[in-house]
Design a protein around this ligand. Structure first.
Ligand code: PGA
Length: 246
């Protein structure tokens, strides 16, 4: 664990504008530069804001850029879609794939695998989201759901991507599982994919719980939605991550 980074993924979803993306990227990158740290921050704004964020960063910035989705094909007649290579050219190093909000729009496990493979082929690191629904959680079917979602991912090189474990019922609800449940789910994911795959937690991460969550041995970072929108809130979470001893 010692040399592996702690990942903070800021997922803006469909929020923000160019002015805010510029200010956020500049300020969070400056906070990151102030620490000699193992913490890595990936800023995932809407794709239309990537250029603004990139333009606000100095050369050799520590802050990384990511997208929230990509298409599985490299190019072609797919109106409205964006390929992994296009995201790479726009300055991304990472792409979130299989977020539950996209799965709810019909994205399947096969789609997720194809998109992850496309991302890897273009030199992007996929951040692949998995997690159980509230009904599955209540029926104690978390591991069964994870097994189904993880099955195809065994085809990927185990250290080439990140997993974000995001219980669907914890996203945007201010609810989180117990720390022991997060630890157990992460342990299960690593038992399926191998110990070299970093596993992040996502779902109602905030300044008040990030320290505790990152303190869990199996947790290699967090995917943050709502609480990542404000610069001060993000900087406070970055500060908390810097102070976590793994
Ligand atoms: P939240 O979103 O932090 O607002 O719960 C997390 C996510 O959807 O990735």
């Amino acid at each position: 664990m010692e040399n592996s980074p702690i990942w903070l993924i800021a997922n803006w979803k469909m929020n923000g504008d160019a002015a805010r993306a510029r200010a956020w990227a500049f300020a969070v990158n400056a906070s990151l530069a102030a620490h000699d740290t193992q913490v890595e921050v990936v800023f995932c704004p809407p794709v239309t804001l990537l250029a603004a964020a990139r333009g606000a960063l100095p050369a050799n910035a520590g802050l990384r850029l990511g997208a929230q989705n990509c298409h599985a094909e490299a190019k072609g007649a797919f109106t409205g879609e964006i390929s992994a290579a296009m995201l790479k050219e726009a300055g991304c190093s990472h792409v979130i794939i299989g977020h539950s909000e996209r799965r709810a729009m019909g994205e399947s496990d096969a789609d997720v695998l194809a998109k992850a493979q496309a991302a890897l082929a273009s030199g992007l690191t996929p951040i692949i989201c998995v997690g159980e629904s509230r009904a599955e959680y209540d029926k104690k079917q978390t591991n069964t759901t994870l097994d189904i979602q993880l099955k195809g991912l065994k085809k990927l090189p185990s250290d080439a991507y990140l997993i974000a474990y995001e219980p669907v019922w914890a996203i945007g609800t201010s609810k989180t599982p117990e720390m022991a449940e997060i630890s157990a789910a992460h342990g299960h994911i690593k038992s399926v994919l191998g110990s070299t795959t970093p596993v992040l937690y996502g779902g109602s991460v905030s300044g008040s719980n990030i320290g505790q969550i990152l303190g869990i041995a199996q947790v290699s970072g967090v995917l943050i939605g709502g609480a990542s929108l404000e610069i001060e809130s993000m900087q406070a979470m970055l500060e908390a991550a810097v102070n976590v001893k793994k």
